[in-house]
Design a protein around this ligand. Structure first.
Ligand code: ZN
Length: 197
């Protein structure tokens, strides 16, 4: 499908692309009163002719069921880019994943992936942090986690000292030295950018 100029700056979805998926179905205007649209597909963000029918039996019961999903335009909370929350994604969210109809998509797929990565790193960090008598490999992994979280502004830059301590505990062996040197270089870069900014 050719790119539509309006959507050329939208974040690309790995499966659906960046332009609307037109189905030719536009029930809000076609049937009027019998159609219930999602509260989040208000007229301003709803993309006409992209509707797909909902399976009401699969939705989590709500006061008002949603009979059709539309592609809707969204602005990402994190990167402020525009993206489409596709009707097919909504169907997947509300029917297969059983998300409540009040859950909305606030981040583009790129930022969502980033968010998931952060969550995983935090979990990994928590687990490693609480290990008693960490092995060198675990100390190294903990240092890497910590550095990643500093770079993503989850941890404050004061945590660089913690990373240095972890690195200094590593045995003086080739298999550790290379990675440790690489991490020390990253730490130096972070500390330098802190003192400059
Ligand atoms: Zn984003």
């Amino acid at each position: 499908m050719p790119d539509i100029p309006r959507y050329s700056n939208f974040i690309e979805h790995p499966r659906y692309g960046r332009s609307p998926c037109f189905t030719g179905l536009n029930p809000h205007t076609d049937y009027g009163g019998d159609t219930f649209l999602h509260w989040h597909s208000s007229k301003s963000c709803r993309i006409p002719n992209t509707a797909i029918a909902a399976d009401l039996n699969k939705q989590v019961p709500a006061t008002v069921a949603v009979t059709h999903y539309y592609d809707v335009e969204r602005k990402c909370r994190d990167c402020q880019s525009m993206f489409i929350f596709f009707a097919a994604e909504q169907k997947y969210w509300y029917e297969d994943l059983q998300f409540g109809l009040d859950s909305d998509c606030v981040r583009c797929c790129t930022c969502r992936k980033e968010q998931q990565g952060l969550t995983q790193k935090r979990q990994q960090y928590e687990e490693l942090f609480h290990v008693v008598d960490r092995a060198p490999d675990q100390n190294l992994a903990l240092a890497e986690c910590c550095l990643y979280l500093i770079e993503k502004d989850v941890f404050t830059s004061q945590q660089t000292q913690h990373v240095r301590r972890l690195l200094n505990q590593l045995p003086n062996e080739k298999k550790y030295n290379e990675r440790a040197d690489h991490l020390r270089q990253q730490l130096t870069d972070i500390e330098r950018s802190m003192s400059n900014g």
